[in-house]
Design a protein around this ligand. Structure first.
Ligand code: ADP
Ligand code: MG
Length: 314
């Protein structure tokens, strides 16, 4: 029987610039169409690192060209732009691939806001560098004028740093669910979602933060009552002793084993660690839920139990 699957796409599914993305999404669409053809319901989430970096840089240049006319573009708006642009490419590639296979399904991107907690400890320790490198003078000016936080980055100059809080809730959940329940393929939670704070009344306020796409995809999978969270990335499996002579690829592991490997420091923070943590959280959230980490082009093999690292609650 078909499963409900949230697929989280990593950077390699989208490429690093416009022409790369145009090409990459074709292969990505094939991998996703394989899952749909297998009778599964698929919801697509994705990262946005290079894309939001590009947009942020372009907007910063615009401000630099005429600061009176163009005030700095909030990060939340940059994330929204990246969701639109990536969604546009993914949506078109998926539509075409499905039609080529004789599958007639609606494909839609939902601009997704994800609520974060203003009390999240991440706000006391912004550590995610974003945007272009700056001189000390440029950085000082942004600190004074806009209250930005900046960090010197390995002798290469200054960069703005923002917090990476945990996702609490998906604002457009009802809309996403309605589309999924009526057999649409939905692209949602791009770039981890547009981070927002709930404020007084019904107002949502964009937050200067970035949400990790692995954690946002996990939250979305839980809220949609998915059976599977599939994190597609640049490696076929997670490994212990990664990159060392005694490296060992992991097949099926329990949450307890994963927890032990996390504590032993086998997974790099900022790359494999959030994936394993998201996978553990999902596998633990309800009996029967499973998480898989594998290569983009191995998605179908992975779900059929032939490859990837599977994390199960046992
Ligand atoms: P994505 O864009 O898919 O989120 P990341 O670069 O953030 O990709 O994370 C995937 C990368 O994590 C892999 O390409 C690999 O180089 C790295 N990595 C770090 N630790 C491990 C590990 N223990 N096992 C496998 N890959 C690891
Ligand atoms: Mg990553």
């Amino acid at each position: 029987m078909g499963k409900r699957i949230v697929v989280a796409l990593g950077g390699n599914a989208l490429g690093n610039n416009l022409p790369e993305q145009m090409l990459a999404v074709k292969e990505t669409a094939r991998a996703i169409a394989d899952l749909i053809e297998g009778g599964n319901e698929v919801i697509v989430a994705h990262g946005n690192g290079p894309q939001v970096g590009m947009i942020q840089k372009a907007m910063a240049e615009l401000t630099r060209s005429d600061p009176e006319k163009y005030i700095p573009c909030p990060l939340s708006v940059c994330v929204a732009m990246s969701q639109g642009y990536i969604g546009y490419d993914l949506q078109n590639a998926l539509r075409e691939e499905l039609l080529d296979r004789g599958i007639d399904k609606g494909v839609a991107t939902v601009l997704t806001q994800v609520e974060v907690d203003p009390e999240d400890p991440a706000f006391n320790n912004p550590n995610k560098p974003i945007g272009a490198f700056m001189t000390k003078e440029e950085a000082d000016k942004l600190v004074a004028e806009r209250g930005y936080q900046v960090m010197e980055d390995a002798g290469r100059g200054y960069r703005r740093v923002v917090a990476s809080p945990r996702p609490q809730n998906v604002v457009e959940l009802g809309t996403i669910r309605a589309l999924v329940d009526t057999d649409h393929v939905v692209v949602a939670c791009g770039g981890g979602g547009i981070p927002v704070f709930a404020t007084e009344g019904n107002h949502l306020k964009g937050a200067a933060a970035v949400i990790d796409k692995d954690f946002a995809s996990e939250k979305l999978a839980e809220l949609l009552d998915a059976d599977y969270l599939i994190i597609l990335t640049a490696v076929e499996k997670a490994a212990i002793n990664f990159g060392k002579p005694n490296q060992k690829w992991l097949d099926t592991i329990s949450v307890a084993e994963a927890e032990q490997y996390c504590q032993e420091g086998h997974f790099a923070p900022g790359s494999m660690l959030p994936k394993v943590q998201a996978a553990m959280t999902f596998a633990q959230s309800k009996p029967g839920r499973r998480a898989l980490i594998t290569l983009l082009e191995k998605a179908r093999d992975g779900i059929e139990g032939r490859t990837g690292t599977v994390i199960v609650n046992s």
